[in-house]
Structure formats: structure tokens, C-alpha cells
Design a protein around this ligand. Structure first.
Ligand SMILES: Nc1ncnc2c1ncn2[C@@H]1O[C@H](COP(=O)(O)OP(=O)(O)OP(=O)(O)O)[C@@H](O)[C@H]1O
Length: 198
């Protein structure tokens, strides 16, 4: 469980997260929504320690994180295989077999030896998703994971996320998700100007 209590983040003179208190539990899927600039990405960054709170506390045990925040930064002149192999070599938790399985699940195995610069936006997005989930993290943080995906791949990624939900905490930031059409979230958190909308 990740518990934020009265968390405020100030960057220069700007309050980007304002007195946020919220709990994220294991086995649940959360949606962060809100307008551009409302603080969704900042909250994801805070959850995985990329930024520290200015005030307030974050209570959480040691977790492993899978993160896809903003445009994933791949080495464009290298292939998907080379990129993911390099990333996997940092933690040494998985090998090529797991990487290939993960690429297959997002329909990219046929492109494994293609350079990332030749990928379409939607392919890069799926590669970013693969990178975030391949090491089977406890906490999965995804910033706009459905951007640039066609219907088929939207459903593919959504089903993958739902299939992984049981033993993870998953937080998705997406500003345009149709929650009526796809009522899949355990909790929807709306941010407005850095504050949680009640
Ligand atoms: N380095 C920085 N210094 C000051 N303010 C910043 C900095 N980075 C971001 N901000 C501000 O923080 C606020 C929250 O930004 P954030 O990226 O979290 O929004 P968001 O909800 O993810 O928006 P989007 O939907 O456009 O991705 C914005 O007002 C932004 O201008």
C-alpha cells in the first residue's frame, strides 16, 4: 500500500501538487485524470521517487516499479532487442526469453530486430509499455499509455493491464479515457490545479 498524507510539491513559485492525501492499494487499478497541467505526471513522478515532496509524507514499503512516463526514451538507432536487452541488464532480473514473450504479447515480436527509429508512434508506445511491465514490477505507473493506439491495440493493452492487476498496484494517468464505455477502474482520481477534486 502506498499512502500519501498531505503531500504538497512546489516547483519554483508554483504549487504543482496541493495537499494530496490518497491511498493506492495492491490489486487495484487507479485512473488519474484532469486537464493538461493538472498534476497527473507530477503525482506519478512522486510515487516512484523521481521527485520528493516539499511537504507531507509518503508511506510505502520497498517496491519495484515499472514506469512509463511521457515519451519513452529509447535509443532510436538501435533495435527493440538491443534497447530492452540493455535495460534488462541493469537489474538482471530477466533475460531474452522474458523480453521476447513480452514483445509477443504487445504484437511486436516480428519487429524485434527493427530499429526503433522505424517504429510508428503506436509501436513506440507499445514498446514503452513492454519496457514498463517486462520485469513484473509490484507497482506499475503508466502516463497516457493509450495515446496513439488504434482500437485493436487499445484493447490489447487494456486487457494486458487487467490481466496483471491481481498482484500489482497500477496507476494510469489519462486525460481522455472513457470510463463509461470501459468501467475498469477501481478508483478514479480527478486532479484540478494540483488538488484532488472531491
Ligand atoms: N520544472 C518545472 N518547474 C515548474 N513548474 C513545472 C515544472 N514541470 C512542470 N511544471 C508544472 O507543473 C504542473 C503540473 O504538470 P504535469 O506535467 O504534472 O501535468 P499533467 O496533468 O501531467 O498534464 P498533461 O495532461 O499535459 O500531461 C503544470 O502546471 C506544469 O506547468
Amino acid at each position: 500500500m502506498i499512502k500519501l498524507i498531505g503531500v504538497t510539491k512546489q516547483l519554483k513559485n508554483r504549487i504543482v501538487l496541493d495537499d494530496i492525501s490518497v491511498t493506492f492499494e495492491k490489486g487495484k487499478l487507479y485512473l488519474l485524470r484532469g486537464h493538461n497541467g493538472s498534476g497527473k505526471t507530477m503525482l506519478l513522478r512522486l510515487l516512484c521517487d523521481l521527485i520528493a515532496p516539499t511537504r507531507g509524507t509518503v508511506e510505502k514499503p520497498e517496491y519495484s516499479y515499472g514506469v512509463m512516463i511521457e515519451t519513452p526514451n529509447f535509443a532510436l538507432h538501435e533495435t527493440a532487442r538491443q534497447n530492452l536487452k540493455f535495460l534488462a541488464s541493469i537489474q538482471k532480473k530477466i533475460g531474452m526469453k522474458e523480453i521476447e514473450k513480452c514483445l509477443e504479447e504487445v504484437h511486436l515480436l516480428d519487429e524485434i530486430d527493427n530499429k526503433v527509429k522505424n517504429y510508428s508512434l503506436g509501436m513506440k508506445q507499445r514498446l514503452g509499455f513492454c519496457q514498463a511491465v517486462m520485469e513484473n514490477p509490484d507497482v506499475l505507473l503508466l502516463d497516457e499509455p493509450f495515446n496513439a493506439l488504434d482500437d485493436e491495440h487499445f484493447h490489447l493493452i487494456l486487457q494486458r493491464i487487467l490481466g496483471m492487476k491481481k498482484d500489482k498496484t497500477i496507476v494510469i494517468a489519462a486525460h481522455g479515457f472513457d470510463t463509461e464505455k470501459h468501467p475498469v477502474f477501481d478508483q478514479v482520481i480527478t486532479l484540478n490545479n494540483g488538488k484532488i477534486h472531491p
